[in-house]
Design a binder for this molecule. Structure first.
Ligand SMILES: Nc1nc2c([nH]c(=O)n2[C@H]2C[C@H](O)[C@@H](COP(=O)(O)OP(=O)(O)OP(=O)(O)O)O2)c(=O)[nH]1
Length: 128
């Protein structure tokens, strides 16, 4: 099964979210940035690499927050959400068309990818 790692990236109590431009069914949906884990890399290594490739930003990947199995049109994927700490760099957009640093209680104002809705709900529960 395809394994994808996504980062809940923190900087000064704000979290980074990004808006997708592809595929068509996810265009315009917000997500926690990340990407596919390659062979021979840990989820944390994959996350640090993807964030640098996609956003030109350095992060330190920490603990697992939760995992979500999702049926995509192109087959099942396992999404691994990890906490991460921002280290350096302002995001430079390559794959996304917008990013935002938001408070946890603002997350529900954004239209997230279907697989991420449960993650937003859990984040809001733990922050109460
Ligand atoms: N990164 C990320 N992907 C997500 C999230 N929610 C969600 O359904 N996805 C899906 C969308 C894609 O089908 C898949 C991730 O693929 P991707 O396109 O971001 O990964 P990638 O950069 O490695 O892909 P590629 O184009 O290089 O093959 O996971 C999320 O919060 N973050």
């Amino acid at each position: 099964m395809k394994e994808v790692v996504a980062g809940i990236i923190k900087k000064n109590n704000k979290l980074l979210i990004a808006r997708r431009t592809f595929p068509p069914e996810l265009k315009g949906k917000w997500e926690f940035p990340g990407g596919k884990i390659e062979k021979n890399e840990t989820p944390q290594e994959g996350l640090e690499r993807e964030i640098f490739e996609e956003l030109n930003m350095r992060v330190y990947a920490g603990e697992n927050f939760m995992s979500v199995r999702h049926e995509h049109s192109r087959g099942p994927i396992n999404l691994l959400f990890y906490w991460a700490e921002w280290i350096e760099g302002d995001p430079i957009l390559t794959d996304h068309d917008m990013v935002a640093w938001v408070d946890i209680d603002e997350l529900n104002q954004y239209d997230f990818a279907p697989a991420d809705v449960v993650v937003v709900t859990k984040l809001q529960l733990i922050s109460e």
